[in-house]
Design a protein around this ligand. Structure first.
Ligand SMILES: O=P(O)(O)OC[C@H]1O[C@H](O)[C@H](O)[C@@H](O)[C@@H]1O
Length: 348
């Protein structure tokens, strides 16, 4: 089996020399294996377009069976199938879900709540339960630990960023282990006589038609930025609870095994909140439920991240326009938020 590793000059080169080569894989054509903190080729990140496209080119050039992309410290990974298709984000979660659900039918899978409606369908079509939880890999993994303690069998926890953990690997955030599971599945498929590549496992995963992320900086003295972001996000929640945005409804079931979402813990020992976030489902008379909005404090920076996803054309624009006019402007929140990204998006 030929496998291309792209370590992006981070610390993942060991996986080539110490693991794959020793097991007899052909790793000729691998990229950027030597650690170099200046990262001269691209950012070592499976979400980075250059990292994925360079790996795709190498896979196609060498007719390799798989490409692997690690982040700097190998706690995140992404792969490229033999046809050159990048598998990261929702697609990687789907691939891991397909593998884990074969081993553990009916298991619960925890992800952050920025995943697509199609991913939920993919998981539930295979008999799994999808728990949508808070952004932040620690939140996602801790939720899985908690569910297992509560007697809800949960074998996989993954974020769209590529962070992921498995119960069988002691809940460690480990990108190399994810990749090992994928390689084992490829070998198993080959031994069973299948001629298909690993991408065939997710061929029925639909792509979200539209997906947009916008950021709003909090314009305030740094020491007040966190409180201001909370004020804006809570104002958004109140707007929805009052029914001020027609067709928008908070996802806050509090029961994590319910696939509709569970950003709000209503149990006796709710998890501490590092960044406030809500997701709302959005529908209209013509299409029914067609998308969602996710609003949250950034974990690292004084800004608010807004994600929109839609299954109908123009849905993200419709949601962003309503958010802009009927919330940001109407509520006065625009006064301490830099809403230029939202304005550019709705006007261009
Ligand atoms: O809040 P942001 O700046 O978008 O960052 C969000 C990200 O923060 C960290 O990097 C965590 O490790 C990730 O799990 C999370 O997705």
């Amino acid at each position: 089996m030929q496998i291309i590793v792209n370590a992006g000059n981070g610390s993942g080169g060991f996986f080539t020399f110490e693991v794959l080569d020793k097991l007899g894989a052909d790793t000729f054509g691998s990229l950027h294996l030597k650690p170099d903190g200046m990262f001269p080729n691209h950012i070592p990140n499976p979400e980075d377009k250059t990292a994925m496209s360079q790996t795709r080119s190498a896979v196609l050039q060498h007719n390799a069976d798989l490409g692997i992309v690690f982040d700097t410290d190998v706690d995140r990974s992404g792969v490229v199938d033999r046809e050159g298709n990048p598998i990261n984000g929702d697609r990687l979660i789907a691939l891991m879900s397909a593998i884990v659900l074969k081993q553990h039918p009916g298991t619960t899978i925890v992800t952050d709540a920025r995943t697509s409606l199609a991913l939920t369908k993919f998981i539930t079509d295979r008999g799994g339960q999808h728990c949508l939880y808070r952004v932040g890999y620690r939140n996602v993994i801790d939720k899985g630990v908690q569910l297992n303690k509560d007697g809800v069998e949960t074998h996989l926890m993954m974020e769209t960023s590529g962070h992921g953990a498995l119960k069988e690997n002691h809940f460690l955030d480990d990108g190399a282990y994810m990749v090992v599971k994928i390689i084992i599945e490829m070998v198993r498929m080959k031994l069973e006589g299948s001629n298909e590549g690993i991408g065939s496992l997710i061929k029925d995963l639909e792509e979200p038609l539209e997906s947009v992320e916008l950021r709003m900086n909090v314009v305030s003295e740094p020491k007040y930025a966190k409180a201001k972001a909370v004020e804006a996000i809570e104002a958004f929640r109140e707007y929805l609870e009052q029914g001020s945005l027609h067709g928008w409804e908070l996802d806050s079931c509090g029961e994590c095994w319910v696939s509709e979402g569970c950003l709000v813990d209503t149990n006796d020992t709710p998890a501490a909140i590092d960044a406030l976030m809500y997701r709302a489902k959005v529908s209209d008379n013509e299409h029914g439920e067609y998308g969602w909005v996710h609003i949250r404090q950034s974990i690292h920076n004084p800004n608010i991240a807004l994600n929109f996803q839609s299954t109908i054309p123009g849905g993200c624009l419709a949601m962003a326009s309503a958010f802009h006019q009927k919330f940001l402007r109407a509520s006065g929140m625009y006064e301490f938020l830099d809403i230029s990204q939202v304005e550019n998006y709705v006007t261009n």
